[in-house]
Design a protein around this ligand. Structure first.
Ligand code: NDP
Length: 248
């Protein structure tokens, strides 16, 4: 029952885990949670101030000192990701975990109103950037004893829904990318899975549903069990799966 998974203390001791979009929302909570269970987290995001605030919080709590990578995934090129992989290898020797969490909602609108520039931005951040980052990092991850990649999907990444346009398409692509990589690396220690967080109280959710009463939503803290499970030794056998972080 991974939705109620309870990780033993120190479950992620000594692991190096990169979290994208670590400055806010679910990514911020995942970074704090991984650090609490002993991981050294690499905080990647576009707003340095937010990353620094998470860094400070982790240090103040006495967890392992994190690293910060300010990066706007909208503009980053393959060179950025290659340099990043080289830096991680130099500094840590390997990478144990990669949580692809950052993504862009874009504009919700009827399909024929989707603006090409907005479509491109969403596909760039949610799909192409994740492809480039994963491609660059897999060699560094294969140096870890039990490497894990976790992608983030959505309900609209499994069934399309009116007006969810580029975002929904990008989440289907995310599910596909995870399956391709999982299948390719099945006979290695690398494990690749997907989380659908479900409705969660964050800025993105508020942007998508401005009129709803957000106090009734689950918080990022509530959905952390599955985020811990997939990075833990208890998920050793699991690959190519797409898990729900909550049930309704
Ligand atoms: P938020 O918008 O609250 O946080 C997203 C994070 O990603 C932010 O820290 C943001 O940085 C970062 N980010 C966005 N664009 C870029 C970029 N170009 N380069 C680097 N970092 C970037 O979203 P959530 O926490 O709600 O969502 C996290 C994940 O969960 C997403 O993949 C989302 O699709 C998924 N999800 C969320 C649901 C929900 O109900 N909340 C439901 C289903 C899926 P900054 O802080 O600088 O803006």
């Amino acid at each position: 029952d991974y939705q109620n998974y309870q990780a033993p203390e120190g479950a992620l001791q000594g692991k190096i885990i990169l979290v994208t979009g670590a400055g806010d929302g679910i990514g911020r909570e995942a970074a704090l949670t991984y650090a609490r269970f002993g991981a050294t987290v690499i905080l990647l995001g576009r707003t340095t101030k937010k990353l620094e605030a998470v860094y400070d919080e982790i240090v103040a709590a006495g967890y392992p000192e994190p690293a910060i990578i300010p990066l706007d995934m909208k503009g980053a090129t393959e060179n950025h990701y290659r340099d990043m992989a080289a830096t991680i290898e130099q500094q840590f020797g390997h990478l144990d975990g990669l949580l692809h969490n950052a993504s862009l909602l874009g504009v919700l609108s009827p399909f024929t109103h989707i603006d090409l520039a907005s479509w491109n931005d969403v596909l760039q951040v949610n799909v192409t950037a994740q492809f480039m980052m994963t491609k660059a990092l897999i060699p560094v991850m294969l140096k870890a004893p039990s490497p894990r990649i976790v992608f983030t999907s959505s309900g609209v990444g499994r069934k399309g829904r009116a007006h969810w346009g580029a975002y929904a398409v990008s989440k289907f692509a995310t599910e596909g990318m995870a399956q391709v990589i999982a299948d390719e690396y099945e006979n290695t220690p690398l494990r690749v899975n997907v989380i659908n967080p479900g409705a969660t109280r964050t800025m993105m959710r508020a942007k998508a549903y401005p009129a709803e009463d957000s106090s009734r939503l689950k918080t990022p803290t509530d959905i952390m069990p599955v985020y811990l499970f997939l990075m833990s030794d208890d998920a050793q056998q699991l690959t190519g799966e797409s898990l729900d972080a909550q049930t309704y």
